[in-house]
Design a protein. Structure first.
Length: 282
């Protein structure tokens, strides 16, 4: 580390800083410098510096008698810190963390799985104000890594509120985000595939395509890629609605049908390989 580096100076705190003061200083720095933040001036180098400073000072404060508090509080603090750094797998006790700790994990962890579990735990709190805050972030493209974690947990949220948001997100121009929204809707209720398909058709197909019988199997199965879909259906690996969803997305995103199906997590790689090898032999 650079000899001129001072963790106290980076975060603007005193040597006798408390856990709460350190956490508050770091949060302010994150809001100011995080590359995904819409607040302040994003600066990835500065964000890295304050993150390193925070980790160094946190280790010091964790070991201080004043910082530890009770054994139980110290255990929870260490667990949260390990989760934040991705050093420890998620277990059910994570759900017992308080709202501020879970929010910190969601906003600050570099581990996508940790962020997702934190988002799930926050939804499970069933706090109205907290849920509104999470759903507001889900609607906006800002802070994509945090948004992605929240979207991946929205099947836990209140159905009446999350379904309209997910249906809208499913029509966005980012395939990864759209696929997450579709998967969440299917987790909520597979019968929502009809609504998903309707929204996608309106968003991605031309008026002529929407008014014609574009989903007639006799019209669809005219290329090798649609033959792939038909064979997956015949093997029971794919439903007709799933195939239709994938084909509409293929209209928007210029990828092979197999790639679209993998984004949607409808089939596994070995299943695709098995069907494709059979298609090539025939």
């Amino acid at each position: 580390m650079n000899h001129t580096f001072s963790p106290y100076a980076e975060l603007g705190v005193r040597p006798d800083v408390t856990h709460q003061e350190l956490k508050q200083a770091y949060r302010q720095a994150v809001l100011r410098y995080h590359p995904d933040s819409a607040v302040g001036a994003a600066n990835s180098l500065k964000f890295h510096a304050v993150t390193e400073a925070y980790k160094e000072l946190r280790a010091i404060v964790d070991q201080s008698p004043r910082g530890k508090g009770s054994d139980d509080q110290y255990s929870k603090l260490r667990k949260k810190n390990q989760l934040l750094d991705g050093e420890q797998p998620i277990d059910p006790q994570t759900l017992e963390l308080g709202t501020p700790d879970l929010q910190q994990l969601l906003c600050e962890s570099d581990n996508s799985h940790v962020r997702q579990v934190a988002a799930i735990a926050l939804f499970l709190k069933k706090e109205s104000a907290l849920t509104r805050e999470l759903l507001a972030i889900a609607k906006q493209p800002a802070m994509p890594s945090i948004r992605k974690a929240i979207l991946s947990a929205m099947h836990i949220g209140p159905r009446k509120k999350v379904v309209p948001i997910l249906l809208s997100v499913a029509c966005e121009s980012d395939l990864e985000i759209a696929a997450i929204a579709i998967q969440q809707l299917e987790k909520i209720d597979e019968s929502l595939r009809g609504k998903i398909l309707f929204k996608l058709r309106i968003a991605h197909l031309s008026l002529w395509e929407r008014t014609k019988r574009v989903f007639d199997p006799d019209l669809l199965l005219i290329t090798q890629y649609s033959q792939l879909g038909d064979q997956l259906r015949q093997k029971g690996l794919l439903s007709q609605e799933q195939l239709q969803i994938a084909l509409v997305l293929q209209k928007k995103f210029p990828l092979l049908l197999g790639q679209i199906l993998r984004y949607l997590n409808y089939v596994q790689p070995h299943e695709l390989r098995s069907v494709l090898s059979g298609t090539h032999r025939s």
